[in-house]
Design a protein around this ligand. Structure first.
Ligand code: 9MR
Ligand code: 9MR
Length: 564
């Protein structure tokens, strides 16, 4: 009786001081048998207590470990490790006089987040109304029919002179803006189709409650098909080249999609867009083939035509400023300009090689020494090629050791970072879209886990998932609609304009970015891992984007699938 009374009294004191300002923890949940950590910011040595709700029993206590320091932040941290606790329930953690938000230990803790993050793509669909059955309170009218798109002078060709009208409907809006960019669709689709290839049994069972949910195709592939069909319209049928983007001349105001009615253009064909398109359509040809032979054949043909165009035009770079000196109207939306085509060549070649088995693509697949492997991003797709080769058992002797070496490099030193995550070993992780750095590191670790089955890689991937769900220097859960400390004001036109309380759910905020290119005045810190503001002015730290959601979807679905 007495201990209970004491812990209850103690908790009243904790509850009184509940501010959750210093304790960072995954606010979405923990697996009963998985790692469980919380971080105390600016802490001091002492004990921590795990308090079980609703009766406030102290069920576990331990000694804080630390301090942990890093080079780029003045804030030292302490670690509370309660991995040994595996009893399901809802808890708070208390240490150094502060108490955390409530969190739970349960089966499938990330299931709802996993579903929402993929459903986020449905909520980004252009050219169709989103009905209440699927979108709930985020139902909205159709925007951007894109059935009257102009060939920009930069994209003029003999069969399609400037001003020619083409139809290029559908697809996902890129981000907080309403434009559609092939390069960024490239890595996004590659990541989602790879998720399908890595976990087909899990993916086949998922119901996303989208309009196509009742058809034969798995919902993940239905959602991807919505963007794939748009991508296919971006190829010039005359020569196989692919337009870099479909865009307004300048960004829309913060209005709803149906209110954004400026003229739309497709601009200059380019090598990066064409190769990314070739990679995606080649991969789609294999993924969709068991379900829809005709679609698969069209994708395969499109991929080969795109590859051939890129062979003839190996270095047509998208340089927006140069383009604007030559053509009217000037186009000032996202550039996604990339000066290095090697990785796009390698990715397209690998997908074509695996899909067709044709040896002509093999010489274009270059295997970099492992120390030069770069983390995937919209402008760097080399590893997507290696993941595909490894998954399909091609060049396995070369690629698998590289994947393991890359993962080991990510692991090295991650146990001494301030948030005990792989993310954040260096300030350089905090770029525009840093959340995708964390998620893409997670995928790399899961690839090593696929090959070796060593739990250390899975646990490290979960450390970055914990980062995204709240165990980070801002304390935010970066997925809209989730977490106790949640992102409420992303730079996302629909969320700003829809007059609905709460942003569109299932979208991943870009995350800390000390570049602060948006010059918003509400940042409260310049420290790399804290340079974030939950303000809709902040497109540099708090926009959302399809290429950031995709690796999060991968991470969430993979970790859920592996826990089953
Ligand atoms: O809304 C735009 C966002 O999607 C882009 O990521 C960002 C950077 O290109 O630009 C945003 O648009 C801003 C523009 O660059 C400058 N004027 C204000 C616009 C809206 O905040
Ligand atoms: O994610 C892109 C980031 O790497 C660039 O530094 C930044 C500025 O060019 O652009 C980001 O992409 C934006 C795109 O240009 C327009 N749509 C919104 C994207 C996310 O902010």
């Amino acid at each position: 009786m007495l201990p209970k009374l004491i812990t209850t009294l103690l908790f009243c004191v904790y509850a009184h001081t509940l501010s959750a300002q210093t304790i960072a923890v995954n606010q979405v949940g923990f697996y009963p048998s998985g790692p469980k950590k919380a971080i105390i910011k600016d802490g001091k040595p002492g004990n921590f207590y795990l308090i079980r709700l609703p009766h406030n029993d102290t069920v576990f206590s331990g000694k804080l470990q630390g301090p942990f320091v890093n080079k780029y932040s003045p804030h030292a941290t302490y670690l509370a490790d309660f991995s040994r606790v595996n009893t399901k329930g809802t808890y708070r953690l208390s240490a150094n006089g502060d108490t955390s938000y409530a969190f739970s230990i349960r089966s499938s803790p990330h299931n709802a987040a996993a579903m929402a993050a993929m459903k986020g793509y449905y909520l980004q669909r252009a050219s169709m109304p989103l009905g209440p059955t699927y979108a709930g309170k985020w139902q909205r009218k159709a925007g951007h029919p894109d059935n009257h798109v102009l060939i920009h002078p930069s994209a003029a060709s003999p069969s399609r002179p400037a001003g020619t009208v083409i139809s290029s409907t559908g697809g996902w809006y890129d981000a907080g803006d309403y434009n559609k960019y092939i390069v960024n669709s490239g890595i996004t689709m590659g990541t989602l189709l790879s998720l399908y290839e890595d976990f087909p049994a899990y993916c086949n069972k998922i119901n996303l409650n989208i309009p196509e949910s009742r058809n034969q195709l798995p919902d993940l592939l239905d959602e991807c098909l919505y963007n794939l069909r748009w991508m296919l319209t971006m190829q010039d049928p005359a020569d196989g080249g692919v337009y870099h983007k479909l865009t307004n001349a300048s960004f829309d105001g913060m209005v709803m999609p149906h209110e954004a009615t400026k003229p739309r253009y497709v601009v200059q064909k380019g090598t990066a867009a064409t190769l990314d398109f070739a990679a995606v359509t080649a991969q789609a040809a294999r993924v969709y083939s068991p379900f829809n032979k005709k679609l698969a054949d069209s994708c395969r043909t499109a991929a080969i035509k795109a590859w051939e165009w890129a062979q003839q035009h190996p270095n047509v770079l998208y340089k927006q400023d140069d383009m604007n000196k030559q053509y009217q109207p000037p186009v000032v939306t996202g550039a996604y300009g990339d000066n290095m085509m090697n990785d796009e060549v390698g990715w397209a070649a690998a997908e074509l090689y695996v899909t067709t088995g044709d040896e002509q693509y093999r010489p274009f697949i270059k295997l970099l020494p492992a120390q030069y492997w770069p983390l995937p991003s919209w402008s760097q797709v080399q590893l997507l090629a290696y993941y595909t080769l490894s998954r399909k058992g091609k060049l396995k002797q070369e690629v698998n050791p590289g994947i393991i070496a890359f993962a080991d490099k990510l692991l090295a030193g991650s146990d001494s970072t301030t948030y005990q995550t792989v993310m954040g070993k260096q300030a350089g992780d905090y770029v525009w879209g840093s959340s995708a750095v964390a998620a893409n590191q997670g995928i790399a670790l899961l690839q090593a886990y696929r090959i070796t089955r060593k739990p250390i890689y899975l646990d490290a991937a979960i450390s970055n998932l914990d980062y995204l769900m709240g165990r980070n220097a801002t304390g935010y859960c970066f997925l809209t609609g989730f977490g106790a400390k949640r992102v409420m004001h992303p730079h996302h036109r629909v969320s700003v304009a829809d007059k609905i309380t709460g942003p569109v759910p299932g979208l991943l905020s870009g995350g800390p970015n000390p570049g602060m290119q948006d010059k918003c005045t509400t940042y409260t810190s310049k420290v790399p891992d804290e340079a974030f503001t939950d303000d809709d002015c902040s497109y540099a730290s708090n926009e959302i984007a399809i290429n950031w959601n995709a690796p999060l979807v991968y991470l969430l679905w993979a970790v859920e699938a592996l826990a089953k």
